[in-house]
Design a protein around this ligand. Structure first.
Ligand code: G6P
Length: 585
């Protein structure tokens, strides 16, 4: 959420611009760049996507630059609210929320500082000017000590060819390149440019120049920074011939699942077994798509382990004061490992003595630092805001966890990647997408392990195409939502569990008798004549063991949502109002 890029050395403006393009998944409502040019700070910033800046880049020149791509929290996406915020000797970009900004703003206004934007971030630039007496680092220290809330900051000073960065609960990384140093919100934006990188810890400030980087605590005690190599591969952040990242990433599902399962080694298995001693309940948590994979994990774990397991939406887990203690295993699922609600839920669990497992796709993420054990998802970089391959990777990882904790390998796990590849070739997905676009609302229903998939199918469709709808337990439809069914609606039934197929088929019939159109996504053995006969579309999946079906049944739903977005003329990779890595609560 909000992408930050900085560079000191060489062609800083171009490097910052290139980085912002890669970071755009973190927010894309406005963007800007400041550059230090012969002792002056020049800034361009605009509402809209990063590419809006391209035409004016030639007017910027200098060896130190900072840039930002925004997801608005305070103040609408306008030119004035776009970052950087430049004033006096400084320019600042910020990711996070400064909670005490309004009292500081009043103080600064009373002291004669004038504000141009409605953002919480602008106070930072005025505080820097207030505390500056020729010592850049001291001004940064005094400023960050005033701030409450969450922040990753990147700061340019007119008096020196240096950039300062600071971190409090929002990610920021510094990278070492050839003749330059970088600052960035994530590692993939550095790939191909920086050779090594250091992920700042909470409470650290770093100062970077062309040939040096120094790391301090918030009270300016010098600290060690161990740089780790940055993988040079850039293919993850390139389209490789696909029209959109969403299409590319859906096609990468077989590899995501396969790589995740291969990464689950003996060490991880033993660490999980050790952690599980004394546990008598499991809570899985996450947000958005990750919450849906957490639900699947809970369904499977409760059945396989015979221990109560449930999924909680990460923000609600804390809001409702979920009770937990040393007998609880909290499994936090997050693609980015930076989602603030999920990271805070994990911290909440730790504070109460629960044991914490992180299931993440990003090895250096904040969530991993909170966890006792990290279970890697190896889906590769996911660029599209809507999660697809990471969801399948997460479920594969959770199945491996269930297998490790129960001491029995989940049946058929070794064949799941090839089943995914087979499902990618399924017929009638285009027809389903067209039906989506012709419907006033789309309702997804499923029972048991098919229910979280129904929720995910619904989320995917609304996220990328803005077609309204809901996911529902098939049995619950008749208790309210059935009132919405008419001939303009489409209901999609997901049926992969033979034991529940007859019941869900009955729910489909209830919809048909009220004039609603229906589509079916079902395993071969769950399809009856009755089910297929009046379906507008029937997508047949290969039969597979029950716990594995959520990995494959979601694929046609993801792809049909993608196609619906394209048919509706929407950009599936960057849905309106949304962002990936939501680092604010
Ligand atoms: C945002 C994204 C969703 C994602 C959710 C959780 O809301 O738009 O696609 O599922 O965050 O992200 P995480 O990185 O924690 O899996």
């Amino acid at each position: 959420m909000c992408g930050i890029m900085g560079c000191v050395g060489g062609d800083a403006v171009q490097k910052v611009y290139r980085g912002l393009v890669k970071l755009e998944y973190r927010g894309y409502d406005s963007a800007g760049i400041s550059v230090l040019s012969y002792g002056n700070i020049c800034t361009i910033k605009k509402a809209g996507m990063v590419s809006q800046l391209e035409r004016e880049l030639t007017s910027l020149n200098g060896t130190a630059a900072i840039g930002h791509t925004r997801w608005a929290t305070h103040g609408s996406p306008s030119d004035l609210n776009a970052h950087p915020h430049a004033s006096g000797k400084f320019s600042v970009v910020h990711n996070g929320i400064i909670e005490n900004y309004s009292s500081i703003k009043e103080e600064l206004i009373a002291e004669g500082y004038s504000f141009k934007s409605e953002t919480d971030s602008e106070i930072v630039v005025h505080l820097l000017n207030k505390y500056y007496n020729g010592d850049f680092l001291m001004a940064v220290k005094n400023t960050v000590q005033r701030l409450k809330g969450t922040f990753a900051l990147c700061i340019l000073c007119a008096d020196c060819n240096l950039i300062a960065v600071a971190r409090s609960r929002n990610p920021i990384i510094i990278g070492r390149g050839k003749g330059c140093f970088y600052a960035s919100s994530d590692m993939p934006a550095l790939a191909g440019d920086a050779e090594s990188a250091y992920v700042l810890k909470d409470g650290q400030i770093a100062v970077i120049g062309e040939d040096r980087a120094e790391v301090y605590g918030f009270t300016l005690e010098k600290q060690q920074a161990e740089f780790v190599p940055v993988a040079a591969s850039q293919t993850d952040t390139q389209l490789c011939g696909y029209p959109h990242y969403m299409a590319k990433e859906i096609n990468e599902i077989p590899a995501a699942v396969k790589n995740t399962l291969s990464a689950f080694g003996k060490d991880c298995e033993n660490a999980l077994k050790g952690l599980y001693c004394g546990v008598n309940r499991i809570i899985l948590t996450g947000c958005g798509t990750a919450y849906h994979s957490a639900m699947t994990g809970a369904y499977v774990m409760e059945e396989v382990l015979g221990v109560p397991a449930r999924a909680e939406i990460a923000s609600e887990l804390r809001s409702r004061g979920c009770v937990m203690g040393g007998d609880t295993l909290l499994i936090a699922v997050s693609q980015s490992g930076e989602t603030a609600d999920t990271v805070e839920a994990a911290r909440y669990a730790r504070e109460r003595g629960a044991k914490v497992v992180a299931v993440t796709n990003v090895a250096y993420s904040a969530l991993n630092c909170v966890a006792d054990v990290v279970v890697p998802v190896r889906a590769g970089t996911e660029v599209c805001v809507a999660a697809t391959k990471s969801y399948c990777g997460q479920i594969a990882a959770l199945l491996a966890v269930a297998g490790a904790l129960s001491g029995k390998r989940i049946d058929g796990l070794e064949d799941i990647a090839s089943a995914c590849a087979q499902v990618l070739k399924c017929k009638y997905v285009h027809a389903l997408a067209r039906l989506f676009t012709q419907s006033s609302g789309v309702y997804f229903i499923g029972r048991g392990v098919d229910y979280p998939v129904a929720l995910e199918g619904s989320l995917k469709l609304k996220e990328v195409s803005y077609i309204p709808g809901e996911g529902y337990p098939a049995g619950e439809l008749k208790h309210g939502t059935l009132a919405l069914i008419d001939e303009n609606t489409l209901s999609v039934a997901i049926i992969t569990d033979r034991a529940l197929a007859a019941k869900t088929t009955a729910s489909v019939q209830q919809i048909r008798s009220r004039g609603g159109k229906t589509a079916v996504i079902a395993s071969q053995s769950c399809i009856s004549k009755e089910l297929e006969k009046d379906a507008q579309v029937c997508i047949k999946l290969p039969d597979c063991p029950k716990y594995l079906s959520p990995i494959i049944s979601v694929i046609p739903l993801q792809y049909a949502a993608y196609l619906a977005a394209v048919i509706c003329g929407k950009n599936p990779d960057k849905p309106r109002n949304l962002a990936k890595s939501v680092t604010v609560e």
